[in-house]
Design a protein around this ligand. Structure first.
Ligand SMILES: NC(=O)c1ccc[n+]([C@@H]2O[C@H](COP(=O)([O-])OP(=O)(O)OC[C@H]3O[C@@H](n4cnc5c(N)ncnc54)[C@H](OP(=O)(O)O)[C@@H]3O)[C@@H](O)[C@H]2O)c1
Length: 252
């Protein structure tokens, strides 16, 4: 599958992996549309990549997904690619008090977001000759990261959902890809995690995106760059050892 001359929607495209995907995909002559929750960040993305289309839309809000769908299908009927990339990741101490609607934020955005986006956009994608859905999970979909329990649950859930989706869409015109990035140098990682992970360096975001685009073009449907592949293998051969290793990371 060539990633050129397509019309591509990227959720969470105002920063990090989504923004880099947008830049590299625009450079390959695609029409690229990004979403995010903040107008300032979306405007900055448009200034950085002239030609980029940007819409404010919260991936965790059903009404935003309906409105986005109706706007985009009218304005970009050639839309043939959906990249579910929007996500948040927090350190959550489960023994601390936390409002019930706050504790599940990663489930709302990182798991329910892609499921609802696919639910709404799939009828349109099925009408296109050669459509593509990319769900961005994580290496932590293979082994949970105890300081980020809700994130780990959301990404493992997204991986399971994506595998089911791929089976259900077999024989249709829609290809389903899971991209499981390893630790990557983006604003998500540069916050509280950087301090906790003393000296750990992530994969440069431009490298991650270049490798991911090449893997999709090679026909790979499960993309596990670098350390993500090691996490998958370790989750099979030594799951408890790997969990033990990740349990030590970030312990304060
Ligand atoms: N960086 C890593 O080490 C790493 C590793 C594995 C997987 N990933 C995954 O890769 C994806 C991108 O992460 P990143 O590192 O690029 O993070 P990032 O730099 O923090 O970017 C996240 C993007 O998602 C948007 N976003 C967050 N919540 C949203 C919502 N409810 N609706 C719409 N947009 C939303 C953000 O914009 P607003 O805040 O303005 O909405 C931003 O554009 C995530 O799914 C993440 O879990 C990252």
């Amino acid at each position: 599958m060539k990633l050129t001359a397509r019309t591509i929607l990227i959720t969470g495209g105002s920063s990090g992996i989504g923004l880099e995907l947008a830049g590299q995909l625009i450079a390959r002559s695609n029409v690229v549309i990004v979403t995010g929750r903040h107008d300032g960040a979306l405007e900055a993305a448009k200034r950085r990549f002239p030609g980029l289309q940007a819409f404010r839309s919260d991936a965790s809000a059903a009404e935003d997904i309906h409105a986005l769908h109706d706007t985009l299908i009218a304005r970009f009927p050639e839309l043939d690619t959906l990249i579910n990339n929007a996500g948040i990741m927090r350190i959550v101490k489960l023994a601390e008090e936390r409002p019930l609607d706050d504790v599940t934020r990663e489930i709302d955005i990182d798991l329910n977001g892609p499921i609802r986006m696919v639910q709404r956009f799939l009828p349109h994608l099925l009408s296109r000759p050669d459509a593509l859905i990319v769900n961005v999970s994580s290496g932590l979909a293979f082994v949970p990261f105890p300081i980020s329990p809700i994130y780990s649950a959301a990404k493992a859930g997204l991986r399971a959902y994506t595998r089911c989706l791929r089976v259900q869409l077999e024989g249709t015109n829609v290809t389903v890809v899971e991209l499981a990035p390893p630790l990557t140098e983006t604003p998500l990682f540069s916050t509280e995690f950087k301090d906790r992970m003393k000296g750990e360096k992530g994969m440069p975001v431009d490298v991650l995106v270049r490798r991911s685009i090449a893997a999709i073009e090679d026909g790979k449907t499960e993309i596990r760059p670098g350390p993500s592949n090691i996490l998958k293998i370790a989750s099979r051969v030594a799951p408890e050892t790997m969990l033990g290793q990740l349990s030590k990371v970030g312990r304060s």
